[in-house]
Each structure stands twice: as structure tokens, then as C-alpha cells.
Design a protein around this ligand. Structure first.
Ligand code: FAD
Ligand code: NAD
Length: 470
């Protein structure tokens, strides 16, 4: 008999959620995770809680408060004398939030009677896992195993991370002083979010993006509006660049890149490399026991998230698709329920994307470009936040809501938002799309006044050409 019904490898948002759901469904569960904090103590929650979603949002909020106080408070009649910030306090606040939440996962494990095994897991065979930690090696056995080992930052050879002058996202969350000149390679979610943090605190930020389009995966009207707004805030974003070298010299980073004007030089005090993340299967021994891994290093799974070994599943960043915490968590629920004999599936078409700039960028479903490429005839409703009473009251009127609906059936196919609280507003669009709502359904639903959600309502009315306030 095995030690456990289920062993989960990795306690990020995919793994810890899978472990909790398995336990709720009466499985005997252990979760192996190797993450340690700066004091060498186990810290659950994976990338998301330790060095990802949570610490980045903590710094985004702190830096926004400072930016607001400096640039926007006066128009509300609020004046500060000697406005200042203390980076050490800001970092300590962030670290405290991380500690509280990671300890929260430990409490949830205790409450759900999940055994937490701290160490690095490696497959011995399809049912035995070796765990290495400071105390040595041990072995556990399980009937079923869920791999949720996540991802790590992608490195590029032309910019070697030294964790001082050239850093990845983890280093960029831990700057103890504000760099005067900050370079970022990659204008994706991390580049824009961490670029925003340090720009609001006073860095001159230059972002170098390889793709010719800014935010190529987003609706391009939204991307254009966001780029304009970020430029106003001081973020210099150069698209269509090819960085050929980044050399540390005299405590500076000298960057050479090519754009359509030829070779360019940029000198910065710190450089963040944010060019994506790669799956984490190093030293896991997965391939050795017959689990299939594709060329990009992602574990290959079928619709049930089952690997080539029938009793072993994989979820979260390590299997690819959108590298998002909520996508991994939902896969965790789905696999746990399958292991308990329930029939579950999840809808990848309605995974929401959010980039936490100010204001935020959020979307779900298809973009206009994708619909055109798929030859789908669509109608568009677009409502600007400048016409929203609530956005005006907030003093944040940039951006818009765009709703795309099938021109025949009126079914909502995509919703794209750039504006204040887009991260919260997008949930209404996700619910509508999950329930296969038409734009008319959304247009007929009463929205409270004055709220930002009225912008969604108006955009839905706009699909039928009958907006009231614009
Ligand atoms: P992870 O969170 O990476 O967890 C994997 C865990 O497995 C880790 O603890 C790791 O140490 C452990 N592990 C790996 N190998 C082994 C082994 N052999 N033995 C034992 N343990 C092992 N996503 C969002 O949805 N929203 C956001 O706002 C957001 N912001 C982000 C900001 C930043 C700066 C970064 C870097 C990422 C952000 N992400 C965000 C992405 C999000 O963090 C990931 O999509 C998510 O953490 C993936 O979850 P996961 O459980 O698959 O893997
Ligand atoms: P990303 O894939 O979002 O963006 C990387 C960017 O770097 C892309 O625009 C890409 O074109 C560019 N790039 C790649 N190679 C380059 C090069 N050599 N030179 C210049 N540009 C280059 O990746 P990320 O920003 O590193 O984030 C990693 C993952 O974490 C993403 O999958 C993202 O979904 C997730 N994440 C999500 C959030 C969020 O949900 N708010 C926040 C942060 C990170």
C-alpha cells in the first residue's frame, strides 16, 4: 500500500489548490515543495506568493499611492508638504504580506490535514519519489502524483543575470534603492508592471521590446491607448528592438540594440530581464520514467491533464498555456475532482488576462485581429471612461471598454478593457461569456449607478448602436 493516495509536487497556486481539493475529497495527501525563504525556512505558495503575483501587487499599490500623492492629489484639493517615501518600509510591508500569505497556506494545509514535505522531489519510478533536503534523503510512495513544479525566468545569453546590475523579476522586486536609470528587456506583463513600480518612484525607465507591436496578444486599440498613457507616465517603450549585448562596466550596464534607425546605445544603472518564463522540470527525473516533455520543456498532457504515465498528472505553468496563477489553480481543482471520480472540465476560452499597470489592462476571449483572421463577422461596442460619471469622480478617465459580439448570434466573443479597476470589471465579462450571453443580455442587465461597470453596460448597448452616454 502507498504512503499517500495523492502526492503533489509543488505548492504554487496550481499545486496547493490541487492538494486542498484532493483532501476535501477525502484523499490522503502530501505536498512536496522546495521553496525556502531568506532564512532557509519553508515558504509555501510557489512563485505567485513568494516572488510573483503578490509581492509585485504590493509594490504596485505602494508606488501608486506615492504617484497619486505626487501627481493627482492636488486636483482633489489635497496638498502634501515634504512628500517622501521610504523604500525600506515599502519593502518591509511587501515582505510582511508575503509572509502572512505563505504562512496562511501552511495553516490551510494543517486545517486540511495535508502533509507538507519540505525538499526537492525526484521521481524514482511511477509511484516512488525521492525527497532531498538538509536532513538527507527520504522516499514517499503514492497511488497518484500531480506535478505542479511551475516555471522559472527565461535567461538570454546576451544579458547574464548577476543579481546586482542585471536582474530577473525576483531581483527587481528587491531593489533597496531606486535606480536612477532603469532598463527593461521585454514589454510583457512583468516589464510593464515592474517598470511602472520603479518609474512611479522616480526611475527613468526604458523598455526594449523585440516584437514590432506593443502587447501583440492584446486588442491593438487597447494596446495603443495603454502605450500612450504609459508614455505620459514616463515609460519609454521601444518596440521592434534587437538587443545584441548588455555589459556591466564601471557600475553601469551598457546596452547595445538595433532598431529601424540602426544601432543604438543605452546606459542604465540596473537592467531587468523580463522575456518570459520557462517550465521547471530540471532534475525532476520525469523524462527518465517515461513522462513526455516537449521541445520547450513543457510536460505533455491529454485533456484530463494526464501525462504519458496514467497515474501521473501535470498542471499549472509546467504544462504551458497561459502562465497565470488562476489557470493553474483551476487545473488543480479539475484534476483533484477527476481523481475522486467526478467528471470535470475547464474552459480555456474564458481565462481572463490582466496587466496591473495604472490604469489596468484586462481582457477575455478573442481580439478583433483574431476574429478577422478566423473570418468571423462581428459587431463592436466601445465606451470611453471619459464619459463615465464614476471614472470622472475618481479622476481617472483614461481608457475604454470594447465588446466584440458575433454579428449574427450577438454572442459575446471578446471583452477588452483599459481603465481603472479593469481587473475587477473583467469578471463580469468572464461570467457573461461563460454563460454564453449575448451583448443584448448584458445591455438588459441593470447596473448600479454610478459605477465603473456602467461602462460595460454602455459598451454592450453600443454593440447595437444605442449607447446612452456617448
Ligand atoms: P509555481 O508558482 O512556480 O510553483 C511551483 C512550485 O514548485 C515552487 O514552489 C517550486 O519551488 C516548486 N518546485 C519546483 N520543482 C520542484 C521539485 N523538484 N521538488 C519540489 N518542489 C519543486 N500570474 C497571475 O495570474 N497574476 C499575476 O498578477 C501574476 N503576477 C506575476 C508577477 C511576477 C513578477 C511573476 C514572476 C509571475 C506572475 N504571475 C502572475 C505568474 C504566476 O506567478 C504563475 O503563473 C504561477 O505562480 C504558476 O503557478 P504554478 O503553481 O504552476 O507554479
Ligand atoms: P511575457 O511573455 O508576458 O512577456 C515577455 C516579453 O518579452 C514579450 O513581449 C516578448 O516579445 C519580449 N521578448 C522576448 N525576448 C525578447 C528579447 N530578446 N528582447 C526583447 N524582448 C523580448 O513574459 P514576462 O513579462 O516575463 O512574464 C512571465 C510570465 O509571467 C508570463 O507568462 C505572464 O503571463 C506571467 N505574469 C503575469 C502577470 C499578470 O497576470 N498580471 C504579471 C507578471 C507575470
Amino acid at each position: 500500500m502507498s504512503d499517500y493516495n495523492v502526492v503533489v509536487i509543488g505548492a504554487g497556486p496550481a499545486g496547493y489548490v490541487a492538494a486542498i481539493r484532493c483532501s476535501q475529497l477525502h484523499k490522503k495527501v502530501a505536498c512536496i515543495d522546495k521553496w525556502s525563504d531568506n532564512n532557509g525556512k519553508a515558504s509555501l505558495g510557489g512563485t505567485c506568493l513568494n516572488v510573483g503575483c503578490i509581492p509585485s501587487k504590493a509594490l504596485l499599490d505602494s508606488s501608486h499611492h506615492y504617484y497619486f500623492s505626487q501627481k493627482k492629489a492636488a486636483e482633489h484639493g489635497i496638498q502634501y508638504q515634504n512628500l517622501n517615501f521610504d523604500i525600506a518600509t515599502m519593502q518591509a510591508r511587501k515582505n510582511k504580506i508575503v509572509k502572512t500569505l505563505t504562512q496562511g497556506i501552511a495553516s490551510l494545509f494543517k486545517k486540511n490535514k495535508i502533509t507538507h514535505l519540505h525538499g526537492t522531489a525526484r521521481f524514482i519510478d511511477g509511484q516512488q519519489i525521492e525527497i532531498s533536503n538538509a536532513d538527507g534523503k527520504s522516499t514517499v510512495t503514492a497511488d497518484n502524483i500531480i506535478i505542479a513544479t511551475g516555471s522559472v525566468p527565461t535567461n538570454i545569453p546576451i544579458a547574464t543575470i548577476d543579481n546586482n546590475f542585471i536582474v530577473d523579476s525576483t531581483g527587481a522586486l528587491n531593489f533597496q534603492t531606486v535606480p536612477k536609470r532603469l532598463g527593461v528587456i521585454g514589454a510583457g506583463a512583468i516589464g510593464l508592471e515592474l517598470g511602472s513600480v520603479w518609474s512611479r518612484l522616480g526611475s527613468q525607465v526604458t523598455i526594449l521590446e523585440a516584437m514590432p507591436d506593443f502587447l501583440a496578444m492584446a486588442d491593438q486599440k487597447i494596446a495603443l491607448a495603454a502605450r500612450r498613457e504609459l508614455k505620459k507616465q514616463g515609460l519609454q517603450i521601444h518596440t521592434g528592438t534587437n538587443v545584441s549585448s548588455a555589459i556591466i562596466e564601471n557600475e553601469e550596464v551598457l546596452i547595445t540594440y538595433q532598431d529601424n534607425k540602426g544601432e543604438q546605445q543605452l546606459t542604465v544603472d540596473k537592467l531587468i530581464v523580463a522575456v518570459g518564463r520557462k517550465p521547471n522540470t530540471e532534475n525532476l527525473g520525469a523524462a527518465e520514467i517515461g513522462i513526455k516533455i516537449d521541445q520547450g520543456g513543457f510536460i505533455q498532457v491529454n485533456q484530463q491533464r494526464q501525462t504519458a504515465m496514467a497515474n501521473i498528472y501535470a498542471i499549472g505553468d509546467v504544462i504551458g498555456g497561459p502562465m497565470l496563477a488562476h489557470k493553474g489553480s483551476e487545473e488543480g481543482v479539475m484534476v483533484a475532482e477527476q481523481l475522486a471520480g467526478k467528471k470535470t472540465e475547464m474552459s480555456y476560452d474564458t481565462v481572463p488576462f490582466v496587466i496591473y499597470t495604472w490604469p489596468e489592462i484586462a481582457w477575455v476571449g478573442k481580439t478583433e485581429a483574431q476574429l478577422k483572421a478566423d473570418n468571423v463577422n462581428y459587431k463592436l461596442g466601445q465606451f470611453p471612461f471619459i464619459a463615465s460619471g464614476r471614472a470622472k469622480a475618481h479622476g481617472d478617465t483614461s481608457g475604454m471598454v470594447r465588446i466584440l459580439a458575433d454579428s449574427v448570434t450577438d454572442q459575446i466573443l471578446g471583452v477588452h478593457i483599459f481603465g481603472i479597476s479593469a481587473s475587477e470589471l473583467i469578471s463580469e465579462a468572464v461570467v457573461a461569456m461563460e454563460l454564453e450571453a449575448s451583448a443584448e443580455d448584458l445591455a438588459r442587465i441593470i447596473h448600479a449607478h454610478p459605477t465603473l461597470s456602467e461602462a460595460l453596460h454602455e459598451a454592450a448597448l453600443g454593440v447595437d448602436g444605442r449607447m446612452i452616454h456617448a
